[in-house]
Design a protein around this ligand. Structure first.
Ligand SMILES: Nc1ncnc2c1ncn2[C@@H]1O[C@H](COP(=O)(O)OP(=O)(O)OP(=O)(O)O)[C@@H](O)[C@H]1O
Length: 349
Protein backbone atom coordinates (compact mmCIF):
# COMPACT_ATOMS: atom_id res chain seq x y z
CA UNK A 1 0.00 0.00 0.00
CA UNK A 2 1.35 3.42 -0.93
CA UNK A 3 1.50 6.64 1.10
CA UNK A 4 3.58 7.71 4.11
CA UNK A 5 1.06 6.54 6.69
CA UNK A 6 2.33 4.48 9.62
CA UNK A 7 -1.22 3.21 10.12
CA UNK A 8 -3.07 2.70 6.85
CA UNK A 9 -6.49 1.28 6.02
CA UNK A 10 -7.99 0.97 2.53
CA UNK A 11 -11.66 0.13 2.08
CA UNK A 12 -11.55 -1.86 5.30
CA UNK A 13 -14.84 -3.64 5.93
CA UNK A 14 -16.09 -5.99 8.62
CA UNK A 15 -19.37 -7.85 8.43
CA UNK A 16 -20.65 -9.93 11.32
CA UNK A 17 -23.24 -12.63 10.85
CA UNK A 18 -25.85 -11.98 13.49
CA UNK A 19 -28.43 -14.43 14.73
CA UNK A 20 -31.91 -12.96 14.67
CA UNK A 21 -34.63 -14.05 17.09
CA UNK A 22 -35.90 -17.49 16.12
CA UNK A 23 -39.53 -17.45 15.01
CA UNK A 24 -42.02 -19.19 17.28
CA UNK A 25 -42.87 -22.86 16.71
CA UNK A 26 -46.21 -21.88 15.22
CA UNK A 27 -44.60 -19.53 12.68
CA UNK A 28 -42.03 -22.18 11.78
CA UNK A 29 -44.80 -24.76 11.22
CA UNK A 30 -46.67 -22.27 9.00
CA UNK A 31 -43.46 -21.58 7.07
CA UNK A 32 -42.92 -25.34 6.56
CA UNK A 33 -46.43 -25.75 5.27
CA UNK A 34 -45.85 -22.95 2.76
CA UNK A 35 -42.56 -24.55 1.79
CA UNK A 36 -40.56 -21.38 2.50
CA UNK A 37 -38.54 -22.74 5.43
CA UNK A 38 -37.63 -26.22 6.52
CA UNK A 39 -37.82 -25.08 10.13
CA UNK A 40 -34.25 -26.07 11.00
CA UNK A 41 -32.06 -23.22 9.71
CA UNK A 42 -31.12 -20.67 12.39
CA UNK A 43 -32.12 -17.31 10.87
CA UNK A 44 -29.29 -14.79 10.56
CA UNK A 45 -28.47 -11.50 8.89
CA UNK A 46 -25.29 -9.57 8.11
CA UNK A 47 -24.34 -6.57 10.13
CA UNK A 48 -21.80 -4.24 8.53
CA UNK A 49 -19.85 -3.00 11.56
CA UNK A 50 -17.13 -1.23 9.52
CA UNK A 51 -17.99 -0.13 6.01
CA UNK A 52 -15.20 0.63 3.48
CA UNK A 53 -13.08 2.71 5.83
CA UNK A 54 -9.93 4.29 4.41
CA UNK A 55 -7.57 6.27 6.60
CA UNK A 56 -3.93 7.07 7.09
CA UNK A 57 -2.09 8.21 10.22
CA UNK A 58 1.29 9.81 9.66
CA UNK A 59 4.27 9.98 12.05
CA UNK A 60 3.67 12.53 14.81
CA UNK A 61 -0.05 12.68 14.10
CA UNK A 62 -3.05 11.93 16.31
CA UNK A 63 -6.14 10.87 14.41
CA UNK A 64 -9.31 10.61 16.47
CA UNK A 65 -12.22 8.37 15.64
CA UNK A 66 -15.29 10.04 17.02
CA UNK A 67 -18.58 8.21 17.04
CA UNK A 68 -21.44 6.96 19.20
CA UNK A 69 -21.68 3.49 20.75
CA UNK A 70 -21.88 0.81 18.11
CA UNK A 71 -20.44 3.03 15.35
CA UNK A 72 -17.70 0.48 14.64
CA UNK A 73 -14.70 2.14 16.34
CA UNK A 74 -13.56 -0.87 18.38
CA UNK A 75 -14.01 -3.25 15.45
CA UNK A 76 -11.83 -1.00 13.31
CA UNK A 77 -9.15 -0.90 16.02
CA UNK A 78 -9.37 -4.69 16.39
CA UNK A 79 -8.83 -5.21 12.67
CA UNK A 80 -5.83 -2.86 12.66
CA UNK A 81 -4.37 -4.67 15.67
CA UNK A 82 -4.77 -8.09 13.94
CA UNK A 83 -7.32 -9.31 16.52
CA UNK A 84 -10.21 -9.45 14.03
CA UNK A 85 -9.89 -10.51 10.41
CA UNK A 86 -11.30 -7.99 7.92
CA UNK A 87 -14.10 -9.20 5.60
CA UNK A 88 -12.54 -7.16 2.80
CA UNK A 89 -10.11 -4.31 2.21
CA UNK A 90 -6.53 -3.96 3.42
CA UNK A 91 -4.67 -2.54 6.38
CA UNK A 92 -1.00 -2.14 7.17
CA UNK A 93 1.13 -0.98 10.09
CA UNK A 94 4.54 0.44 9.12
CA UNK A 95 4.05 -1.17 5.72
CA UNK A 96 3.32 -4.65 7.15
CA UNK A 97 0.00 -6.00 5.93
CA UNK A 98 -2.13 -7.12 8.88
CA UNK A 99 -3.20 -10.30 7.09
CA UNK A 100 0.04 -11.22 5.31
CA UNK A 101 2.51 -10.24 8.06
CA UNK A 102 0.53 -9.98 11.31
CA UNK A 103 3.53 -10.59 13.61
CA UNK A 104 5.56 -7.82 11.95
CA UNK A 105 2.53 -5.48 12.10
CA UNK A 106 2.08 -6.23 15.82
CA UNK A 107 5.78 -5.59 16.42
CA UNK A 108 5.28 -1.96 15.33
CA UNK A 109 2.12 -1.47 17.32
CA UNK A 110 1.18 -0.67 20.91
CA UNK A 111 -2.47 -1.28 21.69
CA UNK A 112 -4.67 -0.25 24.61
CA UNK A 113 -8.18 -1.66 24.26
CA UNK A 114 -11.19 -0.16 26.01
CA UNK A 115 -12.57 -1.72 29.16
CA UNK A 116 -10.62 -4.95 29.06
CA UNK A 117 -7.18 -3.88 30.20
CA UNK A 118 -5.56 -7.32 29.68
CA UNK A 119 -3.62 -7.13 32.90
CA UNK A 120 -3.04 -9.80 35.53
CA UNK A 121 -4.61 -8.53 38.71
CA UNK A 122 -2.87 -11.08 40.94
CA UNK A 123 0.56 -9.94 39.74
CA UNK A 124 2.28 -6.69 40.61
CA UNK A 125 2.64 -3.90 38.07
CA UNK A 126 6.32 -4.72 37.59
CA UNK A 127 5.63 -8.47 37.19
CA UNK A 128 2.97 -7.70 34.58
CA UNK A 129 5.43 -5.66 32.56
CA UNK A 130 8.17 -8.31 32.77
CA UNK A 131 5.69 -10.92 31.58
CA UNK A 132 4.45 -8.83 28.64
CA UNK A 133 7.97 -7.74 27.66
CA UNK A 134 8.85 -11.43 27.24
CA UNK A 135 5.65 -11.98 25.27
CA UNK A 136 6.47 -9.03 22.99
CA UNK A 137 9.92 -10.51 22.41
CA UNK A 138 11.86 -7.66 23.93
CA UNK A 139 15.42 -9.09 24.09
CA UNK A 140 15.98 -10.59 27.58
CA UNK A 141 18.92 -8.30 28.34
CA UNK A 142 16.89 -5.21 27.55
CA UNK A 143 13.81 -6.17 29.61
CA UNK A 144 14.76 -4.80 33.08
CA UNK A 145 15.81 -1.45 31.60
CA UNK A 146 12.67 -1.14 29.43
CA UNK A 147 10.38 -2.07 32.35
CA UNK A 148 11.96 0.51 34.68
CA UNK A 149 11.85 3.16 31.93
CA UNK A 150 8.12 2.74 31.24
CA UNK A 151 7.28 2.50 34.96
CA UNK A 152 9.11 5.77 35.49
CA UNK A 153 7.53 7.42 32.46
CA UNK A 154 4.02 6.50 33.57
CA UNK A 155 4.67 7.55 37.18
CA UNK A 156 4.21 4.03 38.53
CA UNK A 157 7.64 3.27 40.01
CA UNK A 158 6.59 3.88 43.63
CA UNK A 159 3.67 1.44 43.35
CA UNK A 160 5.28 -1.04 40.97
CA UNK A 161 5.48 -3.85 43.56
CA UNK A 162 1.81 -3.68 44.56
CA UNK A 163 -0.73 -6.12 43.16
CA UNK A 164 -2.65 -4.65 40.24
CA UNK A 165 -5.92 -5.48 42.02
CA UNK A 166 -5.06 -2.68 44.46
CA UNK A 167 -4.51 -0.15 41.67
CA UNK A 168 -7.02 2.61 40.92
CA UNK A 169 -8.66 2.69 37.46
CA UNK A 170 -6.29 5.48 36.43
CA UNK A 171 -3.22 3.47 37.51
CA UNK A 172 -4.43 0.41 35.62
CA UNK A 173 -4.93 2.53 32.55
CA UNK A 174 -1.41 3.92 32.91
CA UNK A 175 -0.05 0.40 33.36
CA UNK A 176 -1.86 -0.64 30.16
CA UNK A 177 -0.19 2.20 28.34
CA UNK A 178 3.17 1.28 29.92
CA UNK A 179 2.66 -2.24 28.58
CA UNK A 180 1.85 -0.85 25.10
CA UNK A 181 5.12 1.12 25.14
CA UNK A 182 7.41 -1.72 26.25
CA UNK A 183 8.68 -2.45 22.74
CA UNK A 184 8.86 1.25 21.82
CA UNK A 185 6.36 1.03 18.94
CA UNK A 186 6.08 3.74 16.27
CA UNK A 187 2.29 3.28 16.11
CA UNK A 188 -0.30 3.32 18.90
CA UNK A 189 -3.95 2.33 18.88
CA UNK A 190 -5.81 3.64 21.91
CA UNK A 191 -9.43 2.64 22.34
CA UNK A 192 -11.22 5.09 24.67
CA UNK A 193 -8.01 5.85 26.60
CA UNK A 194 -9.66 8.05 29.24
CA UNK A 195 -12.91 6.11 29.72
CA UNK A 196 -13.82 5.90 33.40
CA UNK A 197 -10.95 8.08 34.59
CA UNK A 198 -11.41 10.98 36.98
CA UNK A 199 -10.69 14.44 35.48
CA UNK A 200 -7.14 14.62 36.90
CA UNK A 201 -6.18 11.13 35.68
CA UNK A 202 -7.75 11.88 32.27
CA UNK A 203 -5.74 15.09 32.00
CA UNK A 204 -2.47 13.28 32.87
CA UNK A 205 -3.18 10.66 30.24
CA UNK A 206 -4.01 13.24 27.56
CA UNK A 207 -0.77 15.07 28.25
CA UNK A 208 1.09 11.81 27.88
CA UNK A 209 -0.59 11.17 24.52
CA UNK A 210 0.67 14.58 23.36
CA UNK A 211 4.20 13.66 24.51
CA UNK A 212 4.03 10.40 22.56
CA UNK A 213 2.88 12.32 19.50
CA UNK A 214 5.76 14.79 19.91
CA UNK A 215 8.13 11.82 19.78
CA UNK A 216 6.88 11.17 16.26
CA UNK A 217 4.57 8.24 16.94
CA UNK A 218 1.43 7.80 14.85
CA UNK A 219 -1.58 7.55 17.16
CA UNK A 220 -5.10 6.44 16.32
CA UNK A 221 -7.49 6.83 19.20
CA UNK A 222 -11.20 6.43 19.66
CA UNK A 223 -13.27 8.59 21.90
CA UNK A 224 -16.75 9.79 22.41
CA UNK A 225 -15.61 12.82 24.37
CA UNK A 226 -15.79 15.85 22.07
CA UNK A 227 -13.45 17.94 24.20
CA UNK A 228 -10.88 15.17 24.12
CA UNK A 229 -11.04 14.94 20.33
CA UNK A 230 -10.73 18.70 20.09
CA UNK A 231 -7.77 18.89 22.46
CA UNK A 232 -5.75 15.89 21.31
CA UNK A 233 -6.38 15.29 17.66
CA UNK A 234 -4.72 16.78 14.60
CA UNK A 235 -7.57 15.33 12.57
CA UNK A 236 -10.90 13.87 13.56
CA UNK A 237 -12.78 11.22 11.61
CA UNK A 238 -16.48 11.20 12.40
CA UNK A 239 -17.68 7.63 12.17
CA UNK A 240 -21.33 6.65 12.08
CA UNK A 241 -22.87 3.28 11.20
CA UNK A 242 -19.41 1.98 10.28
CA UNK A 243 -18.64 4.73 7.73
CA UNK A 244 -16.40 7.78 7.97
CA UNK A 245 -18.75 10.66 7.20
CA UNK A 246 -16.17 13.44 7.59
CA UNK A 247 -12.44 13.65 8.30
CA UNK A 248 -10.60 16.90 8.86
CA UNK A 249 -8.87 19.06 11.46
CA UNK A 250 -11.19 20.01 14.36
CA UNK A 251 -11.09 23.67 13.33
CA UNK A 252 -11.86 22.91 9.66
CA UNK A 253 -14.78 20.72 10.74
CA UNK A 254 -16.09 23.55 12.88
CA UNK A 255 -15.58 26.12 10.12
CA UNK A 256 -18.03 24.12 8.03
CA UNK A 257 -20.59 25.20 10.60
CA UNK A 258 -19.74 28.88 10.78
CA UNK A 259 -23.45 29.64 10.64
CA UNK A 260 -23.79 27.97 14.03
CA UNK A 261 -21.82 30.73 15.76
CA UNK A 262 -23.87 32.31 18.47
CA UNK A 263 -23.47 35.74 20.02
CA UNK A 264 -24.62 36.41 23.54
CA UNK A 265 -25.26 39.92 24.77
CA UNK A 266 -26.22 41.19 28.18
CA UNK A 267 -27.88 44.60 28.20
CA UNK A 268 -28.92 46.67 31.19
CA UNK A 269 -32.60 46.99 32.03
CA UNK A 270 -35.79 45.16 31.16
CA UNK A 271 -38.68 45.61 28.74
CA UNK A 272 -36.68 46.62 25.68
CA UNK A 273 -38.41 47.03 22.39
CA UNK A 274 -37.17 43.80 20.90
CA UNK A 275 -39.14 44.23 17.67
CA UNK A 276 -37.26 47.46 16.92
CA UNK A 277 -33.96 45.78 17.71
CA UNK A 278 -34.95 42.82 15.53
CA UNK A 279 -35.70 45.17 12.62
CA UNK A 280 -32.41 46.96 13.07
CA UNK A 281 -30.46 43.69 13.15
CA UNK A 282 -31.77 42.79 9.68
CA UNK A 283 -30.58 39.35 8.64
CA UNK A 284 -29.08 38.74 12.07
CA UNK A 285 -31.41 36.36 13.84
CA UNK A 286 -32.46 37.20 17.39
CA UNK A 287 -32.58 33.60 18.62
CA UNK A 288 -33.74 34.32 22.17
CA UNK A 289 -34.23 37.06 24.73
CA UNK A 290 -34.45 36.41 28.46
CA UNK A 291 -35.15 38.95 31.11
CA UNK A 292 -33.51 38.51 34.50
CA UNK A 293 -35.83 40.47 36.79
CA UNK A 294 -33.59 40.17 39.81
CA UNK A 295 -30.44 41.45 38.11
CA UNK A 296 -32.45 43.80 35.91
CA UNK A 297 -30.67 42.68 32.76
CA UNK A 298 -31.81 41.23 29.44
CA UNK A 299 -29.81 38.42 27.85
CA UNK A 300 -29.98 38.21 24.07
CA UNK A 301 -28.73 35.41 21.82
CA UNK A 302 -28.10 36.14 18.16
CA UNK A 303 -27.22 33.89 15.26
CA UNK A 304 -25.71 34.79 11.91
CA UNK A 305 -27.52 33.05 9.08
CA UNK A 306 -24.49 33.17 6.79
CA UNK A 307 -21.85 32.98 9.50
CA UNK A 308 -19.82 35.76 7.93
CA UNK A 309 -21.19 38.96 9.45
CA UNK A 310 -18.89 41.02 11.56
CA UNK A 311 -19.30 41.38 15.32
CA UNK A 312 -19.31 45.16 14.73
CA UNK A 313 -22.72 44.84 12.98
CA UNK A 314 -24.24 43.63 16.23
CA UNK A 315 -22.61 46.27 18.35
CA UNK A 316 -23.71 49.01 15.93
CA UNK A 317 -27.32 47.83 16.18
CA UNK A 318 -27.15 47.65 19.99
CA UNK A 319 -25.65 51.12 20.36
CA UNK A 320 -28.00 52.62 17.76
CA UNK A 321 -30.88 51.44 19.96
CA UNK A 322 -29.28 53.22 22.90
CA UNK A 323 -28.88 49.98 24.84
CA UNK A 324 -26.33 49.83 27.63
CA UNK A 325 -24.09 46.82 26.93
CA UNK A 326 -22.93 44.90 30.03
CA UNK A 327 -21.41 41.80 28.51
CA UNK A 328 -20.66 40.12 25.20
CA UNK A 329 -19.48 36.64 24.26
CA UNK A 330 -19.22 34.46 21.17
CA UNK A 331 -20.01 30.74 21.22
CA UNK A 332 -18.19 28.93 18.47
CA UNK A 333 -19.66 25.69 17.09
CA UNK A 334 -18.36 22.62 18.88
CA UNK A 335 -17.49 19.22 17.46
CA UNK A 336 -20.80 18.12 18.96
CA UNK A 337 -22.58 20.60 16.64
CA UNK A 338 -20.54 19.22 13.73
CA UNK A 339 -21.43 15.67 14.69
CA UNK A 340 -25.14 16.51 14.84
CA UNK A 341 -24.97 18.26 11.47
CA UNK A 342 -23.18 15.29 9.86
CA UNK A 343 -25.20 12.46 11.33
CA UNK A 344 -28.52 14.01 12.28
CA UNK A 345 -28.19 12.90 15.90
CA UNK A 346 -26.36 13.70 19.09
CA UNK A 347 -23.25 11.73 19.98
CA UNK A 348 -24.62 10.49 23.27
CA UNK A 349 -28.03 9.39 21.89
N1 LIG B 1 -18.10 -10.18 17.53
C1 LIG B 1 -19.19 -9.55 17.10
N2 LIG B 1 -20.24 -10.25 16.61
C2 LIG B 1 -21.34 -9.62 16.15
N3 LIG B 1 -21.51 -8.27 16.15
C3 LIG B 1 -20.50 -7.53 16.64
C4 LIG B 1 -19.30 -8.12 17.14
N4 LIG B 1 -18.48 -7.11 17.57
C5 LIG B 1 -19.14 -5.95 17.34
N5 LIG B 1 -20.35 -6.20 16.78
C6 LIG B 1 -21.34 -5.21 16.38
O1 LIG B 1 -20.69 -4.31 15.48
C7 LIG B 1 -21.16 -2.98 15.69
C8 LIG B 1 -20.00 -2.07 15.97
O2 LIG B 1 -19.48 -2.39 17.27
P1 LIG B 1 -18.17 -1.71 17.88
O3 LIG B 1 -17.93 -2.32 19.22
O4 LIG B 1 -17.08 -1.76 16.88
O5 LIG B 1 -18.66 -0.21 18.02
P2 LIG B 1 -18.00 0.99 18.86
O6 LIG B 1 -18.11 2.19 18.00
O7 LIG B 1 -16.65 0.61 19.32
O8 LIG B 1 -18.98 1.13 20.07
P3 LIG B 1 -18.63 1.20 21.63
O9 LIG B 1 -18.19 2.59 21.88
O10 LIG B 1 -19.94 0.87 22.28
O11 LIG B 1 -17.58 0.15 21.89
C9 LIG B 1 -22.16 -3.05 16.83
O12 LIG B 1 -23.46 -3.11 16.28
C10 LIG B 1 -21.81 -4.35 17.53
O13 LIG B 1 -22.96 -4.92 18.13
Amino acid sequence: MSGDGVIVARDLTKRFRRRVARPSRLLRRLGRRRGSDDGTAAPSEWLVAVDSVSLEVRPGEVLGLLGPNGAGKSTLIRMLSTLVEPSSGRAAICGHDVLEAPAAARGCLGVVMAGERHLYWKLTGRENLHYFATLYRVPARAIPGRVEAVLDRLGLTARADELVERYSTGMRQRLSLARALLHDPPALLLDEPTLGLDPQAARTLRELVLELKAEGRAILLTTHYMEEADFLCDRVAIIDHGRIVACDTPSALKRRLAAHRLFRLEVAGLGHDLERLRARLGDLRLASAQEDQEASVTRLTLAFPDGRRDVADILDAVFAEGLHLLGFSVKEPTLEDVFIAMTGRALRD
